[in-house]
Design a protein around this ligand. Structure first.
Ligand SMILES: NC(=O)c1ccc[n+]([C@@H]2O[C@H](COP(=O)([O-])OP(=O)(O)OC[C@H]3O[C@@H](n4cnc5c(N)ncnc54)[C@H](OP(=O)(O)O)[C@@H]3O)[C@@H](O)[C@H]2O)c1
Length: 302
C-alpha cells in the first residue's frame, strides 16, 4: 500500500483525508513512479470544491504535477526505463508516495535540477510558457501580468523578459521586491489600478496575461486597446466577455524538456518558496487556497 492525500467528497478542506491505496501498475501510455515531490496548485482545491465537475471517482487523490523515479513503464511507452528520474503530469494524483504519470506529458529530469523544482514544471511553469506564447507579443512590447507574484506569474515574468518584453505586474505591496527581482515593474492592485498602470505605461499595454480573473481583470482590461492580446488562465468567462480568451495548453515531452533545460542552466527559476512533507499537505493546500502564496509550494515525499 502507498500513503496518499485526497478528498472523500466535494467541498471544503474538511473533506480531505490521508488514504492508503494499493500500489498502481502502469497502464498504456503511463509511467508508474515513486514520488519525490509534488507541486501544489489552485486547481487542486478547485477540483475538490467541484468547480471542474463532480464526476470523479471518490475518494480522489489530489495533485496534478509530480517528480520522482520510474518504477515501471507502461505498454506503448518509449524513451523511459525503470530508475529514470522524471517529472510530469500526474494521472492518479501527485500527493502520494506512489503514482502514475502521463508519459506523453513527462520528461527526464536533468541531474542538476532537484525534484522540488522539477515538480513545478508540468502544470505551473508549463502554463506560464503556453500563456506567454499565446499572448503573442514581440520584443520591446509591454506585457501586463495580473497576479505576477504567484507560481504561474513568477515563471511567466521570467519567460516574457527572456523574450525581450517589458513586463508590468500586479501584486500587493508585500510582493514589490519579489516582482522587481523578476525584472518587472510592480503595480499595486486594488482601487486606482488602471491609473497606476497608465502611469507606468503611458501609451497603454500591448498585452495582458490574466492569472486572477473577475473584477481584477475587468479593472485592468481598460488599459489594453487590442483585446485579441488578452489571455487568461483563471477566468474564461470574463476573458471572453472582454474580447480575450482562455489559455491554450500544449504540454509535450519536448516542451517540458526545454523548460527543464532552462532551469538546469539557471535561466529560469520556479521560485519554490515553501517545502512541506506529505504529512503537511493540508497546510500547504490551505496556503494556496488563501490566494496569497509567493512563487510555488511543493510537497516533498520520502
Ligand atoms: N488553465 C490552466 O491550465 C491553468 C494552469 C495553472 C494555473 N491556472 C490558474 O491560474 C491562476 C494562477 O495560478 P497560480 O498557480 O499562479 O496561483 P497562485 O500561485 O496561488 O497565485 C497566488 C498569487 O496571486 C496573487 N493575487 C491574489 N489576488 C490578486 C489580485 N487581486 N491581483 C493580483 N494578484 C493577486 C497573490 O499576490 P499577493 O499575495 O501580492 O496578493 C499571490 O502571489 C489560478 O486561477 C489557477 O487555477 C490555470
Amino acid at each position: 500500500m502507498a500513503k496518499a492525500f485526497g478528498f472523500v467528497d466535494y467541498g471544503g478542506p474538511e473533506t480531505q483525508e490521508f488514504l492508503d491505496r494499493p500500489v498502481l501498475a502502469a497502464g498504456p501510455g503511463q509511467l508508474a513512479i515513486t514520488v519525490r515531490a509534488a507541486g501544489v496548485n489552485p486547481v487542486d482545491w478547485k477540483i475538490r470544491r467541484g468547480l471542474f465537475g463532480r464526476e470523479r471517482q471518490l475518494p480522489a487523490v489530489m495533485g496534478q504535477e509530480a517528480a520522482g523515479v520510474v518504477q515501471q513503464v507502461g505498454p506503448g511507452v518509449t524513451g523511459f526505463t525503470p530508475g529514470d528520474e522524471v517529472f510530469g503530469v500526474a494521472a492518479a494524483g501527485g500527493f502520494a508516495e506512489q503514482t502514475l504519470l502521463l508519459a506523453r506529458m513527462s520528461a527526464l529530469k536533468p541531474a542538476n535540477v532537484d525534484f522540488d523544482r522539477a515538480a513545478t514544471l508540468p502544470v505551473s511553469v508549463a502554463t506560464a510558457d503556453d500563456a506567454v506564447r499565446d499572448v503573442g507579443l514581440g520584443s520591446g512590447q509591454t506585457l501586463l501580468i495580473l497576479g505576477i507574484a504567484g507560481g504561474v506569474g513568477s515563471a511567466a515574468a521570467q519567460i516574457a523578459r527572456s523574450r525581450g518584453l517589458r513586463v508590468l505586474g500586479t501584486a500587493s505591496d508585500a510582493n514589490r521586491e519579489h516582482v522587481e527581482s523578476l525584472g518587472a515593474v510592480h503595480i499595486r492592485y486594488g482601487d486606482g489600478v488602471a491609473e497606476r498602470i497608465a502611469k507606468a505605461a503611458p501609451d497603454g499595454v500591448d498585452g495582458i496575461l490574466d492569472l486572477v480573473g473577475g473584477d481584477a481583470l475587468r479593472a485592468a482590461a481598460v488599459t489594453l486597446a487590442d483585446r485579441s492580446k488578452l489571455v487568461s488562465t483563471a477566468d474564461p468567462v470574463a476573458a471572453a466577455q472582454l474580447g480575450g480568451r482562455y489559455v491554450t495548453r500544449s504540454t509535450t515531452r519536448e516542451s517540458l524538456a526545454a523548460l527543464a533545460a532552462l532551469v538546469a542552466v539557471g535561466e529560469l527559476d520556479p521560485h519554490v518558496t515553501g517545502r512541506y512533507p506529505l504529512t503537511h499537505a493540508a497546510e500547504a493546500l490551505a496556503l494556496v487556497e488563501s490566494g496569497h502564496v509567493r512563487g510555488k509550494l511543493v510537497l516533498e515525499v520520502a
